[in-house]
Design a binder for this molecule. Structure first.
Ligand code: MHO
Length: 189
């Protein structure tokens, strides 16, 4: 039996990472989120020196509560796979980390009538994920100064806020994503 504490991590690029960081953080079963840079080859990207990388977000999830396939479904509902922006920074990309994710993705694509070559969304293997700067992590939550003050008073530093499950939920809430609504749409989808 699987250790109930065991999580899995999915990595997607869906435009500016602030929005999907909040959207996916609200999902029941997503326990942590992080934003960063991936998909390119240049070393040690930063926001102002991105090289050929793309803004991406990672969701660490409990596979007993939500599946990689459902996250893929949401990722594809959140962008148009027949359109791609020319700016590498904001491109749509699915970055698989394991053979299991790769095969789930292949099944998902064929169930949708898609092929990796027939859509504009980039389909790649994740080689390296570079964490973005602290001020980009939980960006929507950071705009709610009363909540940030509460985290700070409770002793959370930037890393602790980034890794906090409750911060992921509040980040979603701050952006208008209601956990209960997300749960409902997943149940029907
Ligand atoms: N510069 C844009 C997008 C930021 S996103 C982290 C803005 O200020 O909305 O690339």
């Amino acid at each position: 039996a699987r250790d109930s504490d065991e999580t899995e991590t999915a990595t997607f690029g869906l435009g500016c990472f602030w929005g999907p960081d909040a959207q996916f953080g609200a999902i029941d079963g997503v326990v942590r989120t992080r934003v960063g840079y991936a998909g390119g080859t240049t070393r040690d990207p930063t926001y102002h020196s991105l090289g050929n990388h793309t803004e991406v977000f990672q969701v660490e999830f409990d596979p007993d509560t939500i599946t990689y396939r459902k996250l893929l479904n949401l990722a594809f509902e959140s962008h148009n796979p027949h359109h791609q922006t020319s700016k590498t920074q904001y491109q749509n990309v699915i970055l698989t980390a394991t053979a299991a994710q790769q095969s789930t993705l292949n099944e998902f694509l064929s169930a949708q009538g898609f092929t990796a070559d027939g859509i504009s969304t980039r389909i790649e293997q994740l080689s390296q994920f570079y964490l973005a700067e602290d001020y980009h992590q939980k960006y929507k939550l950071r705009s709610v100064s009363s909540l940030m003050a509460t985290f700070n008073e409770a002793g959370y530093d930037d890393q602790a806020v980034r890794e906090s499950p409750i911060a992921a939920k509040l980040n979603g809430y701050a952006a208008g994503h209601d956990v209960a609504v997300v749960r409902e749409s997943l149940a029907s989808g």
